[in-house]
Design a protein around this ligand. Structure first.
Ligand code: FAD
Length: 495
């Protein structure tokens, strides 16, 4: 191979909040020679690609933002997608990242050059070389089409929630939606009043809870400028988020909050859904937390509408004119909406591009052989100079911003130490990785996921081995460990 010097110290793949946050932390550490490569035309990631009606965050905006860039301008307690996209743009401009993002460029693969201790990052417009590579390509990134015969033969309009086409007017149309996950919970109430008929095809019902979604008028926004107010607001919001997922799901055997949540969920269903048969169909048979719940104030009551039908019979096939179910019923429709989510825990979609490490080893193969694993959710032995912000056993389930900041700090600590030592090669030791994986296995019995009922949940948290690569820890512990992990777990070398 040629001995071309690196074009950049670090390449980051993806200009979602992971890419943006990591770049800001690198700048702050004096490691400003980085390039972000982004497939989309604009920053924002999730909030650039997902623009379906009703798209919004599911945790309070006070927690869904960087700790170092807390906005006092949120228009609601739970921001809508467009506002989150604007927040991403704001961060990119304020922290002067725009010139260091290469938009409309997809990374197609990355190979580690052992001899030169460099990454060759291949894109659809050429190869870029960097000493270090950070994966910020997201986990809810690659839309998953349903595995249903005939879906490509539908002659009407087909939309995926993650790639909404705003030129399609649903007014007066017969619409079918396949899937009732978190995106469907947001889109269904938004379009129901517009369409002539909405048929919802449900495989597994979702736990849905009310959302304290309130407008924040000017006086409330102004009040947040009072010294200490922003901090109090954030603390309250973080505590709420911690209760609703990390504590209840990761510490289920210690705090059985999920059981109480199920009671609340059932009471909410009784209040919202009038027809007992429909209510029954909407009642999940698995513990709260086995899969991502929905939060919405009018999802459940939408099923009281005369023009909305809930179908729970399995889909047999899609025909050019509609959907056929196993009971022989034909549902004729004009528009088919796929709310079928993303390829999540697949070894070939996280990252979204093939990664080849030292000795020609493929990351996908490593994970297929050894199960999904990464030291502190960041580094994998045999993949020097490579870091992944949303790696296996990194995420505790609270705000992604907490994850991005913790993992970003981990990466920065490694790169700063490499600078101090003049090291070109940074690699986590296999022993440290094994120790971390063993710790995850030892602690996971506390998680809610091992309830028998989770087998009914059809949850994307489970990978092909039946593992749930979420970190059995609290947000505070993950934060603490990112600042305290032993740098001796890495080998730093000059060659
Ligand atoms: C509808 C929806 C709602 C959500 N709501 C919440 C919520 O309420 N709370 C929460 O904490 N999280 C939520 N999430 C999760 C959300 O994905 C994260 O909060 C966060 O936005 C992830 O940021 P990211 O930068 O890691 O990934 P993303 O936002 O997915 O960004 C990844 C970027 O990488 C780019 N990319 C991917 N592959 C390549 C490639 N090969 N080459 C170049 N570029 C590439 C993509 O184009 C994308 O811009 C939600 C996700 C979705 C889809």
């Amino acid at each position: 191979m040629s001995s071309r010097p690196p074009d950049h110290h670090t390449i980051i793949v993806g200009a979602g909040f992971t890419g943006i946050g990591t770049a800001i932390l690198l700048d702050r550490a004096g490691l400003a020679d980085h390039l972000i490569i982004e497939a989309g035309a604009e920053p924002g990631g999730t909030w650039y690609w997902n623009t379906y009606p009703g798209v919004a965050v599911d945790i309070p905006s006070f927690s869904y933002q960087f700790s170092f860039e807390q906005s006092t301008r949120w228009s609601r307690t739970y921001a809508k997608g467009a506002e989150l996209k604007a927040y991403a743009e704001h961060c990119v401009d304020k922290y002067r990242l725009r010139d260091r993002i290469r938009f409309d460029t997809a990374v197609t693969g990355a190979e580690y050059d052992d001899e030169q201790a460099l990454w060759r990052v291949h894109t659809d417009t050429g190869t870029v070389i960097a000493r270090f590579l950070v994966n910020g390509s997201g986990v809810l990134t690659v839309p998953k089409p349903p595995d249903i015969p005939g879906v490509d033969e539908f002659a009407g309009v087909t939309l995926h929630t993650a790639r909404w086409d705003h030129d399609v007017d649903l007014t007066g149309k017969r619409v079918a939606i396949i899937g009732t996950g978190a995106s469907a919970v947001q889109v269904i109430p938004e379009i129901a009043a517009k369409v002539q008929q909405l048929t919802v095809f449900q495989r597994t019902p979702i736990w849905c809870f009310p959302k304290f979604d309130l407008p924040l008028p000017a006086p409330a926004r102004w009040a947040m400028r009072v010294p200490g107010a922003k901090m109090l607001q954030r603390l309250a919001s973080q505590a709420y988020v911690e209760l609703t997922f990390p504590l209840s799901a990761q510490y289920y055997t210690v705090f059985p909050l999920a059981d109480r949540a199920a009671e609340l969920g059932r009471a909410y269903l009784r209040r919202e859904v009038h027809d007992p048969v429909i209510r029954d169909k909407l009642t999940p048979q698995y513990a709260v937390g086995c899969k991502r719940p929905g939060f919405h104030n009018s999802y459940l009551s939408t099923y009281n509408r005369d023009n909305v039908a809930l179908v729970t019979e399995p889909i047999e096939r899609v025909t050019p004119t509609g959907v056929c179910t196993a009971d022989g019923e034909r549902h004729e429709v004009d528009v088919l909406i796929l709310a079928t989510g993303f390829k999540v825990m697949d070894v070939d979609s996280v990252p979204t591009f093939p990664v080849t490490g030292a000795g020609g080893q493929s990351l996908g193969e490593f994970w297929s052989t050894h199960r999904l694993q990464a030291y502190e959710g960041v580094s994998i032995p045999g993949f020097p100079n490579f870091f992944t912000v949303m790696g296996p056993y990194g995420y505790v389930g609270s705000s992604y911003f907490a994850l991005i900041e913790a993992q970003g700090h981990h990466v920065v600590r490694c790169l700063q130490r490499a600078e101090q030592l003049g090291a070109h090669r940074v690699e986590v030791s296999a022993q440290a990785n094994d120790r971390y994986f063993a710790e995850m296995m030892r602690k996971r019995h506390r998680q809610v996921f091992w309830q028998d009922s989770c087998a009914q949940a059809n949850s994307y948290y489970f990978d092909q081995n039946g593992d749930v690569p979420l970190r059995p820890a609290t947000t505070v512990e993950a934060y603490w460990r990112s600042r305290r992990f032993d740098l001796a777990d890495y080998r730093f070398s000059a060659e």
